[in-house]
Design a protein around this ligand. Structure first.
Ligand code: ARG
Length: 460
């Protein structure tokens, strides 16, 4: 028996219709969740006196056997079945006979699939949370080691003000920390058990839904049976979270690609995390970053597919919802493949500190500090801005930095310049005097890093 229904039909399903309708090709990966849910459902039916002890035990043993046979490869999930639910139930009936036919009492595939997908997504959320946490740890370690690695900070991809590698990476730490907490929030919200909603209107059997919810690790049972079978918000929310996370990794990747370019040479990627060219022997390409940057498109696409599939669906279950699985699996697979690889690529990167520091000193990154210096000598900021602007123009013509001029040259622009200007506009001073909370100055950074370390430890 490959099908769970057929009594009211007088014809076989058309072969093309069957192929079009079946979902086993992709929902077979839900076998563990499906069996886990069925085991708890059967236990609850036994506890409530809806099934006999004997049937209940036979079902447990049958399901355990199916699970271990699938895992050992003895039992192969084949495509003649409509979906994973049909496969497991048919197999159970083959093994234990009539008791197997009683498993589906008080249940529909509508609440069954809603449960399976939730269990799967909850596991995926936990796995990805773990991966993001590991990536955060990797970033924090690099930050700790690079509080005094100077580099230029950019706006409009033009040098703006000097900063440090720790500060720059700290921005990604914050983005990914938000991703982590977003996924945690989503996990909490999805953690309600839809089983017991039946096809859409609950059931007349005295089910104990809270027992099932508790056994499956949910905080509670869902509250409306129509919503339970037709809600895919949790998937949309999770895919949105993954889209934002992937967008962050894509930005990070883009920066590493720029930093790895021959023009920048800020970083050198490990040989094990780069690839070569079939024609140009000199090439060492940042393919991991490029692929991560590219794969964000798939995840956005997956989110869009599901948003569009759900749009305008009347209550309650509709077969359109079967279209939730492939995009959800694809988005999860994609993110779960990208995050650990990205972390390892980052961990093994070599930062060319000298090149970064030299770059930080060029491009007038100390111009703001030169203006602030004049402000300190009583010049109004707007006037100071004008004076330094003219000074920069002069320096461009000479191909020199502000700090390379003599005091006399500086004084031609403002008599407020004194010997102490050179210290004030030095790279170290420019960075380390920036001590507002969240700024790159070493003392400010140390506080941030310490707080982040405490936060990371509290997440275990
Ligand atoms: N394969 C279906 C899905 O993924 C399972 C639920 C089927 N329910 C139904 N009434 N046909 O959505």
């Amino acid at each position: 028996m490959a099908q769970l229904w057929g009594g009211r039909f007088t014809k076989q399903t058309d072969a093309a219709v069957k192929a079009f309708n079946d979902s086993i090709g992709f929902d077979k990966r839900l076998y563990r969740q499906d069996i886990q849910g069925s085991m708890v459902h059967a236990r609850m039916l036994g506890k409530q006196g809806i099934l006999t002890e004997e049937d209940c035990r036979a079902i447990q043993e049958g399901l355990e056997g199916i699970l271990s046979d699938i895992e050992s490869g003895k039992l192969v999930i084949t495509s003649e079945y409509e979906d994973i639910h049909s496969f497991v139930e048919a197999n159970l009936i083959d093994r234990i006979g009539d008791a197997g036919k009683r498993l589906h009492t008080g249940r529909s595939r509508n609440d069954q699939v809603a449960l399976d997908m939730r269990l799967y997504t909850r596991d995926a959320a936990d796995e990805i949370r773990g991966q993001v946490l590991h990536l955060l740890k990797t970033i924090l370690e690099i930050m700790e080691a690079n509080k005094e690695t100077f580099m230029p900070g950019f706006t409009h991809l033009q040098k703006a003000q000097p900063t440090t590698l720790a500060h720059h990476l700290g921005a990604y730490f914050e983005m990914l920390r938000r991703d982590y907490t977003r996924i945690s929030d989503c996990r909490d919200r999805m953690n309600e058990c839809p089983l017991g909603a039946g096809a859409m209107a609950g059931t007349t059997y005295p089910l104990d839904r809270e027992y099932v919810a508790g056994e499956l690790g949910f905080a509670c049972a869902t509250r409306n049976s129509m919503d339970s079978v037709s809600d895919r918000d949790y998937l949309l929310e999770f895919l949105s979270d993954l889209s934002i996370l992937m967008m962050h990794l894509s930005r990070f990747s883009e920066e590493l690609i720029i930093w790895n370019s021959n023009e920048y040479r800020f970083v050198e990627m490990d040989d094990a995390f780069s690839t070569g060219s079939s024609i140009m022997p000199q090439k060492k390409n940042p393919d991991i970053c490029e692929l991560v940057r590219g794969k964000v498109g798939r995840v956005y696409g997956d989110l869009m597919s599901l948003l569009t599939a759900m749009k305008g669906l009347p209550l309650a279950y509709n077969k359109d919802m079967q279209e939730d699985k492939e995009p959800a699996f694809d988005a999860i697979d994609t993110a779960a493949a990208c995050i650990p690889l990205f972390a390892e690529m980052l961990r093994t990167i070599r930062f060319n500190k000298k090149v970064m520091e030299t770059s930080a000193m060029r491009g007038f990154t100390n111009a703001t500090d030169a203006a602030d210096y004049l402000v300190g000598k009583g010049v109004p900021f707007r006037d100071a801005h004008g004076i330094i602007g003219r000074l920069v123009l002069h320096c461009i013509a000479l191909d020199k930095g502000i700090e390379e001029l003599t005091l006399d040259e500086l004084r031609a622009f403002s008599d407020r310049f004194g010997e102490d200007v050179f210290e004030a506009i030095s790279l170290r001073a420019c960075v380390n005097r920036r001590l507002t909370a969240g700024a790159p100055g070493e003392a400010a950074m140390e506080k941030e890093i310490e707080a982040s370390r405490v936060w990371l430890q509290s997440q275990k």
